[in-house]
Design a protein around this ligand. Structure first.
Ligand SMILES: Cc1cc2nc3c(=O)[nH]c(=O)nc-3n(C[C@H](O)[C@H](O)[C@H](O)COP(=O)(O)OP(=O)(O)OC[C@H]3O[C@@H](n4cnc5c(N)ncnc54)[C@H](O)[C@@H]3O)c2cc1C
Length: 310
């Protein structure tokens, strides 16, 4: 790790040691990460990932940390934090939006709505980075980002830059190619269509309003959004995990500092001092109850990092 730090300094890339994962995740859970790297732009993400590959290959990528549960023991391997303070987002006259992976998803939606471009208004209020959104094919209100992605630039685990077109990206419900193969997403290109600014801005406000009624404000009540994926039956029918969990009597469950959010049975909240183990124990109980009642196994949507084995 000392060697890596030396090279980061030589390349003028910021980093910090022993950073609590509570600071890097919206769940505000997790022990210290030994080394967190803060690249300032895509070029520095490439440099940092290549250095990690050489000197400490088991590194992690974290965007906003809004879909992550980090282990209580912390992370011994380095973390590259892609989130960028000043978003690198551009839309050209043909409605092609280009964003760095660390740009905020909501900021992309806001800029598109203000500019009269439709296609990603459904992302209004989804926390996280656009890179994180592509990994899990983030979606809401019946739409998903995979519907508008036209290209992704990513760094392979061998350190090569690769361009992907939409046919290669294997988007399906909360899934993409990047859940099957390890890549660091660098840039995302979306195709939007022209629409009226006024109707887009009205729609954006409606989405934000619906979201504030249905979801928790993670700044006030730490959480990672929906904990489990919805079920897709063999006939393609969607069964919301929240409904199954509610019917299985999960709404009043809690374990240590982790509790099921009273407004939505598929959201686990950190009531203040939750450990990752509290969350896992609670999630186990929720899963068992649904299994006992419906004979189906829910799969976590939240990604676990730092657990052994992952
Ligand atoms: C209150 C709340 C509401 C939410 N609502 C929704 C919703 O409506 N719809 C929805 O789909 N999700 C929702 N989420 C979940 C989450 O916001 C999304 O999954 C989001 O897209 C994750 O982005 P992120 O940057 O936070 O990713 P992170 O949580 O940081 O990372 C998620 C995964 O992606 C990987 N990753 C992130 N960036 C990169 C990159 N550049 N290259 C390679 N790997 C990367 C990480 O290693 C990790 O495995 C919600 C979460 C919260 C807290």
């Amino acid at each position: 790790m000392k060697e890596l730090q030396k090279h980061l300094q030589l390349n003028n890339i910021s980093y910090a040691c022993d950073v609590p994962m509570t600071d890097l995740t919206t769940f505000q859970i997790g022990g210290p990460a030994a080394l967190v790297i803060y690249p300032r732009d895509v070029e520095q993400i490439i440099q940092a990932a290549r250095l990690c590959r050489e000197l400490s290959p088991d590194f992690y990528i974290v965007g906003r940390g809004s879909n992550i549960l980090a282990a209580d023991a912390g992370l011994a391997s380095p973390v590259i934090c892609t989130r960028q303070k000043s978003p690198d987002i551009h839309i050209d006259d043909d409605g092609i939006l280009r964003a760095a992976a660390g740009a905020s998803t909501d900021e992309c939606a806001k800029i598109a709505a203000h500019g009269g471009w439709s296609g990603i208004n459904f992302m209004s209020g989804i926390p996280g980075t656009i890179g994180g959104a592509v990994i899990g094919n983030a979606g809401a209100f019946g739409s998903q980002i995979g519907d508008v992605v036209v290209a992704v630039e990513a760094l392979s685990s061998q350190g090569q830059i690769v361009q992907f077109g939409p046919d290669q990206l294997k988007f399906s419900y909360r899934h993409s190619l990047f859940k099957e193969h390890v890549f660091t997403i660098l840039r995302v290109v979306l195709k939007l269509s022209a629409s009226s600014v006024r109707s887009l801005e009205t729609e954006r406000q409606e989405y934000l309003c619906l979201r504030s009624k249905k979801h928790v404000d993670y700044h006030v009540v730490p959480c990672a959004g929906s904990f489990f994926k919805n079920l897709i039956t063999s006939s393609g029918e969607r069964r919301p995990a929240g409904t199954l969990l509610e019917q299985a009597g999960c709404k009043t469950l809690r374990y240590g500092g982790a509790a099921v959010f009273e407004g939505h049975a598929n959201i686990i909240i950190n009531t203040g001092h939750a450990t990752a183990q509290d969350v896992l124990s609670l999630a186990d109980e929720m899963r068992s109850r649904v299994h006992a009642m419906f004979d189906v196994l829910l799969e976590p949507e939240v990604r676990m990092i730092g657990f052994n084995p992952e």
